[in-house]
Ligand binder design. Structure first.
Ligand code: GLY
Length: 423
C-alpha cells in the first residue's frame, strides 16, 4: 500500500504541475545537476586526499577540515561515495567507497557516545545494502550491540553524551539525550531484522516512545536536549546545546525529528510515530519564518523576541540570519519518504522538490573546483559554540544526495505508472 502511495504521490505532483503553478519545474533536472556536481567535487576530494583516514567534515579558515575517527561525522563521506556509486554504477566509486568504509571498522566497538548510527549505518549500512557482503552485516550488528550499552531501562532511552557539563560550563548534565539520537535507531532496527533478536528493536522503539513523550512542545516543535535523572527516569531539564535558546526550535534538530519518526514508522508501523512525523513536518512547513526558498534559518527563532539565548548573542554579527542548508537537505529526504505514508503526501513531495530545486541553484550548489570540494554551501554547525557558520558540511552533502536518489526513484515510479495507465 505504501509503495503504491509512494509511486502515486509524484504522479499527483506531475499532474498538479502540469495544470497549476509552474514555478516548481524551474530547475531543469536537480538530480542530474546535483550528481554531476557531486562527481566533480568528490573525485577532486579523492585526488587530493586519497588515503582513507582523514575524513572531510567542513571548511575552516578557507581550508579543508578533516576528522580522524574521533568525531560523529566520519560515516558521511563514504556514504556520499556509495550514493554516487548507486547513481553512476561506476566501479571506481565502489572501490573508493569500500576503502573509506572499511577504514571505519574499529568504530564498531565505540561506546563513549551515541553516534553509531551516523558513523556505521551511513557507511557500512549503504555498503551492505549495495553489495550484500556478509562481513558488513556482522560489523553493523556489533555496532548495534555497542550502541545498546548506552540504553538505560529506567530512563527508557539511549544516553547521547558522557559530558557532565554543558558547552558553556554552567549547566550540569546527568543523562543528556539529544533529538539527533533518533537517527541512530535505524541501525538497531536493521540488527533485529538480520539477527532475529528483538532486543535491538525493543531498545529503538522504547527510545522513540520516550523521546516522543519528552522532546516535543504542544506545537510539535522540538527541544534539542532533554536531561534525565537516571535513577528515577524523570526529566530534569529541557533545553538546547546548538540552538538559539532553550525555548527555540533549532532547525537541524527539527529535521532530525521529522526524519527519525518517519523512519521509525517505516520500521514499526506504529501510528504514533507517523503522527509525530507529520506534526513535526507541519510545524516546519507552516512556520511563518520559513524563507520562500524553503531553506530554513539555522534556528526558527534566531534573534526573535521572547527567546533568550544564554550565550553571548551579538545581533550585529548577523545582519542576515544564517541559513542552514544541512537542515534543509535532511528535511527534504524525510519529506520524500513521509509523502508515501499519508493520503495527502503530495504536499510533502512538493516541499521536498522545492527544497531540492533551491539547493541545486547557484546560491547553494558549489561550482566544481570551489568550496574545498564539498557539494553544498551555506550550512551551520553550531553558532553558540562559534563553530562552522555559513560553511559546507559533509552531512549536508550526504542527505542532499540521498534526497536526490529518493526524488529520482519517486519520479521513475510515477513515470511507470503513467505509462502503464495509458491504455
Ligand atoms: N549534534 C549533531 C548535529 O550537529 O546535528
Amino acid at each position: 500500500m505504501n509503495a503504491i502511495r509512494y509511486a502515486l504521490t509524484p504522479l499527483l505532483c506531475l499532474f498538479l504541475l502540469s495544470c497549476g503553478d509552474r514555478r516548481e519545474v524551474a530547475c531543469a533536472d536537480p538530480v542530474a545537476i546535483g550528481f554531476r556536481t557531486a562527481e566533480a567535487q568528490l573525485s577532486a576530494q579523492l585526488r587530493t586526499n586519497p588515503v582513507p583516514g582523514a575524513y572531510p567534515r567542513t571548511v575552516k579558515d578557507n581550508r579543508l577540515y578533516v576528522t580522524t575517527l574521533n568525531d560523529w561525522t566520519e560515516g558521511f563521506f563514504p556514504g556520499c561515495l556509495w550514493y554516487v556509486y548507486e547513481y553512476t554504477g561506476g566501479e571506481e566509486w565502489k572501490q573508493a567507497a569500500i576503502r573509506w568504509t572499511e577504514a571505519l571498522e574499529p568504530l564498531k566497538k565505540l561506546t563513549h557516545h551515541h553516534a553509531l548510527g551516523f558513523l556505521m549505518y551511513c557507511s557500512f549500512g549503504n555498503a551492505y545494502r549495495l553489495t550484500g557482503d556478509a562481513r558488513y552485516k556482522a560489523i553493523l550488528v556489533e555496532s548495534a550491540r555497542s550502541l545498546c550499552t548506552r540504553f538505560n531501562e529506567r530512563t527508557g532511552c539511549i544516553e547521547s553524551w558522557n559530558y557532565r557539563r554543558s558547552w558553556n560550563g554552567r549547566d550540569e548534565w546527568f543523562y543528556p539525550v539529544i533529538i539527533d539520537n533518533l537517527m541512530n535507531l535505524e541501525l538497531l532496527y536493521f540488527a533485529t531484522r538480520v539477527t532475529g533478536d528483538s532486543l535491538y528493536a525493543r531498545v529503538a522503539t522504547t527510545h522513540a516512545l520516550t523521546t516522543a513523550r519528552h522532546h516535543f512542545r504542544p506545537d510539535y516543535s522540538s527541544y534539542h536536549v532533554v536531561d534525565y535523572d537516571e535513577r528515577t527516569g524523570s526529566v530534569l531539564h529541557r533545553g538546547t546545546c546548538q540552538g538559539y535558546a532553550d525555548n527555540s526550535t533549532w532547525a537541524r534538530g527539527q529535521a532530525w525529528a521529522i526524519y527519525g519518526y518517519t523512519m521509525a514508522y517505516r520500521e514499526t508501523g506504529i501510528p504514533q510515530f507517523l503522527s509525530v512525523a507529520v506534526r513535526a513536518a507541519d510545524f516546519w512547513l507552516n512556520h511563518p519564518r520559513l524563507p520562500a526558498d524553503g531553506i530554513p534559518y539555522w534556528d526558527f527563532n534566531a534573534g526573535q523576541e521572547g527567546y533568550a539565548p544564554d550565550w553571548n548573542y551579538a545581533p550585529q554579527r548577523f545582519p542576515a540570519v544564517p541559513r542552514d542548508a544541512s537542515a534543509a537537505a535532511i528535511a527534504a529526504s524525510a519529506f520524500l519518504e513521509l509523502s508515501g505514508y499519508v493520503e495527502d503526501g503530495g504536499r510533502y513531495w512538493m516541499a521536498a522538490g522545492h527544497i531540492l530545486n533551491s539547493l541545486t541553484s547557484a546560491e547553494y550548489l558549489a561550482q566544481p573546483g570551489t568550496n574545498c570540494h564539498f557539494i553544498l554551501k551555506h550550512c551551520v554547525g553550531s553558532i553558540p559554540h562559534g563553530n562552522e557558520i555559513d560553511v559546507p558540511l559533509v552531512y549536508a552533502d550526504y542527505y542532499y544526495l540521498e534526497a536526490l536518489l529518493r526524488y529520482k526513484a519517486g519520479q521513475e515510479s510515477a513515470h511507470k505508472q503513467l505509462a502503464s495507465s495509458s491504455y
